[in-house]
Design a protein. Structure first.
Length: 256
């Protein structure tokens, strides 16, 4: 199947324009904003649509959701949707038949504001911007060493698929620490390709290329070394405490 069977940039922008026009015409919507790459004018061929819709104070959210969901299925060939909540904000994510993703977020009347730089007001009034949340380093470090323990136990039980799953969880947290240290996006791998070359190479080395025990062992040991390096930057006192146990885990008999 070639790219002609999926959405084009022109079709995406046509749909975006129709949704913005519908928002302006809906008396229950008091404001709207572009989120994501469109807010910065950085769309590419594969960008989705991400719109924030701010409800007026007395709007019925349930009815607004019904009406806008009906619009996406009726007018834009939606085939599925999924809800994600962030505090009082509801994100309804649609998959269209042409594979375009449309994110519509519904904000309470007093909460429309920039959370990070990817925000461009279309109409209405926005509150004072706040920084985008970033993962807590202590949480990332804690989850990384916790996953490491489960890598060891999974290998010892000869559960190689589970080993890879635990190793992936460990690596995700380690690389998020790396991204945070270098000042790039550290959520969902969005900043990995923006890391300096040396760190990108190290990230690749943390990947297990097969389920062969020798390869899982290699990737795990690199991931442990990388974790310790990142913890030294974030918390040298904790790194000193973790070094012995983590190295014993990485070189335990389960890996021989």
């Amino acid at each position: 199947m070639d790219d002609t069977s999926v959405f084009s940039s022109q079709k995406r922008e046509q749909i975006r324009g129709e949704l913005v026009a519908a928002a302006k015409a809906d008396p229950r919507i008091g404001g709207a904003a572009h989120l994501g790459s469109a807010a910065l004018g950085l769309q590419d061929r594969w960008s989705d649509i991400d719109l924030a819709l701010c409800l007026i104070p007395d709007a019925n959210l349930d009815q607004v959701l019904v009406d806008w969901t009906t619009r996406l299925y009726r007018d834009h060939a939606a085939v599925a949707n999924h809800d994600v909540r962030r505090g009082n904000i509801l994100y309804r994510v649609f998959l269209l038949d042409n594979t375009l993703q449309v994110d519509l977020s519904f904000w309470p009347s007093t909460e429309l504001r920039a959370i990070g730089p990817k925000f461009s007001l279309i109409f209405g009034t926005a509150g004072e911007s706040i920084p985008a949340p970033v993962p807590d380093s202590n949480d990332l470090m804690g989850m990384a060493w916790l996953y490491a323990l489960h890598v060891r136990s999974s290998v010892a039980r000869s559960r190689l698929l589970q080993t890879e799953q635990m190793l992936s969880g460990m690596r995700d947290n380690v690389l998020a620490l790396m991204c945070k240290r270098h000042g790039v996006a550290c959520v969902q791998g969005r900043g990995l390709d923006d890391l300096p070359e040396q760190q990108r190479v190290r990230a690749v080395e943390c990947l297990a290329r097969s389920l062969e025990p020798v390869e899982l062992k290699r990737a795990f040991r690199v991931s442990v070394d990388t974790l310790l390096e990142e913890v030294r930057w974030a918390n040298s006192e904790l790194a000193a405490k973790l070094e012995g146990p983590l190295n014993r885990i990485a070189h335990c008999s389960a890996f021989d």
